[in-house]
Design a protein around this ligand. Structure first.
Ligand code: NAD
Length: 349
């Protein structure tokens, strides 16, 4: 059973996790950024650990980097009674989790997420892996960290864009939870909250993901609720990238949430007041989506190519109301075009 600690005293929580596991050796995976910004803050508790450093960024989430980590583990003399501590954002926890899950058929690992996205999403839930063949997360394994230490204490060095990326996933979790959770998250200025106040919101957000994952760890059904916002979000992200105007993943997810709530309103009567509230929130914080009707064909094509699409139809998770998701909803192309029209109106483009 995975242990999740919510604390801003990470050294103490990590010391406790290491003691609980009675590991024979400790190896640490960091990227170039977390080596510089975070590792010194854990120096005492990780004294004597072998440190493996990978380059920062999603382009390095590859099988070649996994080989480097395996080599590092080998040089450190790691065995199945050792532990790998992943200190970083979603790239480090995804890749480190996969390297640990496969080295000597499985080494325990501990995740210490250092980005907001990592803390509320990537570090939990057991999905590990790497990109392959130009596609995201194509090779991987379900493997849960033995411990995850969720804290807000490392966010002081995160760029605002990174905070907004995590904020979008927190909004998604709140939408999958309740009206009250949504009100709390939209009201809080997550990018400006002190670490102490943010911790309670992180816990609320993580508990939503944990509850959904526990009901369906291998994503056969209910876990697909976590795809909310991602069908349209991924299409917008890819389109912007192709057009040479890349946007942050979190921005695309925030737009995707608004567009998919428009669909939810049209198909399942999701309350329009909530839709307008979310649209205003996204409009204020995230860049405006530079798209017009001419882009619809490319967007629809991308949604049809999405791995979630089934039997030639676009597939989305929609909401009847906050906390009432419907997974595997087929969306007709005309309905998607209508939703994109309304989405553009709501976003003021
Ligand atoms: N496994 C899952 O369920 C899951 C869920 C969502 C996303 N993901 C994956 O997570 C990845 C995205 O995660 P991410 O946004 O954390 O990316 P990331 O790990 O690349 O981190 C973003 C950037 O922030 C830097 N960074 C990390 N901590 C920092 C800190 N405290 N201060 C300053 N800079 C810091 C990193 O070095 C990196 O340059 C993607 O690969 C995505 O596929 C996985």
């Amino acid at each position: 059973m995975q242990r999740v600690a919510f604390t801003n005293d990470v050294p103490a929580a990590l010391r406790q996790a290491l003691m609980a596991g009675s590991y024979s050796r400790v190896a640490v995976l960091v990227d170039a950024t977390t080596r510089q910004l975070v590792l010194p803050r854990l120096a005492d508790v990780l004294a004597g650990a072998a440190v493996v450093v990978m380059p920062a960024g999603d382009t390095h989430k590859t099988i070649d980097t996994v080989c480097d980590v395996w080599r590092g583990l080998q040089q450190a003399g790691a065995t199945r009674s050792s532990v790998l501590v992943n200190v970083g954002g979603g790239v480090v926890t995804d890749l480190g989790g996969f390297a640990a899950a496969t080295y000597k058929r499985g080494l325990p690992f501990i995740n210490v997420p250092t980005t907001l996205l990592g803390a509320v999403d990537a570090a939990l839930g057991g999905k590990t892996g790497v990109n392959f063949g130009g596609l995201k997360n194509q090779v991987g394994a379900f493997a849960e960290a033995a411990d995850v230490i969720v804290s807000a204490c490392f966010f002081d060095t995160l760029p605002r864009e990174q905070l907004l990326a995590g904020y979008a996933e927190m909004v998604k979790h709140a939408l999958l939870s309740s009206d009250e959770a949504l009100a709390d998250v939209l009201q809080a200025d997550v990018c400006a909250l002190p670490a102490g106040d943010l911790l309670a919101l992180l816990r609320q957000s993580v508990e939503v993901k944990r509850r959904i994952v526990a009901s369906d760890p291998l994503e056969r059904g209910p876990r697909k609720a976590l795809n909310l916002g991602h069908t349209v979000g991924h299409a917008l992200e890819s389109l912007m990238l192709e057009r040479g105007r890349p946007v942050a993943h979190g921005t695309a997810v925030a737009w995707g949430l608004v567009a998919e709530l428009v669909l939810s309103h049209l198909a399942l009567q999701f309350p329009s007041a909530q839709l307008h509230r979310l649209a205003a929130f996204v409009r204020e914080r995230y860049a405006a989506p530079a798209i017009g009707c001419d882009d619809y064909a490319a967007l629809l094509e991308s949604m049809h190519r999405d791995k979630k699409s089934q039997a030639g139809e676009i597939n989305c998770t929609l909401l009847r109301a906050c906390g009432q998701p419907e997974v595997d909803c087929a969306v007709a192309d005309d309905d998607m075009r209508t939703a994109l029209d309304i989405f553009r109106d709501l976003m003021g483009v």
